[in-house]
Design a protein around this ligand. Structure first.
Ligand code: UDP
Length: 241
């Protein structure tokens, strides 16, 4: 996209869990509004923002498959769950006056647009926040992979992964307070050390296309804008030259 380093096109991946707030499942309206405010603030800085929304707060295919359900069938349910979340995020953004479009990889003509790459690009050029729903549209994938794929398709400058903590750690810092935190990693580091940040398919797509990934804490209000200014705490995953 733009060569102007101050104005970037970025994709933010928001997991389903991030939308639950402190609830056990489903959506928390205060959390939705807080995340929407963070997105609005980044757009106000002059950036173009698109989103991929997960569905783990409602349905996760792999856990249903573990309980005996057909995996592909369960995954379709998971993808439909992401559409519900995307509509929730759209509602929160529009309450704040941010123009949005939801595009679903599984066509659902009466609730949102189907995913059409060139149309999504056009929306972004017009300043709309495009929310990509239904993952890749294929079972056996995750919304992390969808995020990497859409970020590459949309010529994004980087993919931001909002997580529960402020970067990538060697182990879960909520369980191991001494776990090492990384400032910068290569794609190879993530794969070789099996770091639980994004699945291998997502990392591979990013690596093959030189897409930098930035991991930060989605729960810290204002962190998204801080990261876009190069401030605050985050981990960058990039190929070192
Ligand atoms: N899913 C899928 N294909 C995709 C993306 C998602 O089948 O391309 C299904 C899968 O069952 C997954 C569920 O949708 O468990 C919810 O997505 P995900 O687990 O990635 O959500 P998150 O962990 O980000 O909340």
């Amino acid at each position: 996209m733009t060569d102007d380093s101050t104005h970037k096109r970025v994709l933010l991946k928001v997991s389903g869990e991030a939308l639950m707030g402190t609830r056990e499942y489903g959506l928390d309206s205060d959390t939705l509004l807080r995340i929407a405010t963070d997105v609005k603030d980044v757009i106000a800085l002059g950036h173009e923002v698109c989103l991929v929304i997960g569905g783990g707060n409602i349905f996760r295919g792999i856990s249903a498959a573990a309980r005996g359900m057909d995996r592909a069938q369960a995954d379709y349910m998971g993808m439909i769950a992401t559409v519900m979340n995307a509509l929730g995020v759209q509602n929160a953004l529009e309450k704040l006056g941010v123009p949005t479009r939801v595009q679903s990889a599984i066509p659902m003509a009466s609730v949102c647009e189907p995913y059409i790459r060139r149309r999504a690009m056009r929306h972004m050029e017009k300043g709309r926040c495009v929310i990509f729903a239904a993952g890749t549209g294929n079972p056996f994938f995750t919304t992390d992979t969808a995020a990497a794929l859409r970020a590459v398709e949309m010529n994004c400058d980087m993919l931001l992964k909002g997580t529960q903590v402020d970067g990538v750690y060697a182990a879960d810092p909520r369980k191991d307070p001494d776990a090492e935190r990384y400032e910068e990693l290569t794609y190879h580091d993530v794969l070789a050390r099996d770091l639980a940040v994004m699945d291998a398919a997502a990392i591979s797509v990013a690596r093959e296309n030189g897409l930098p990934i930035v991991v930060f804490n989605i729960h810290a209000a204002g962190a998204f804008a801080q990261v876009m200014r190069g401030e605050g705490r985050f981990t960058t995953i990039i190929e070192k030259s």
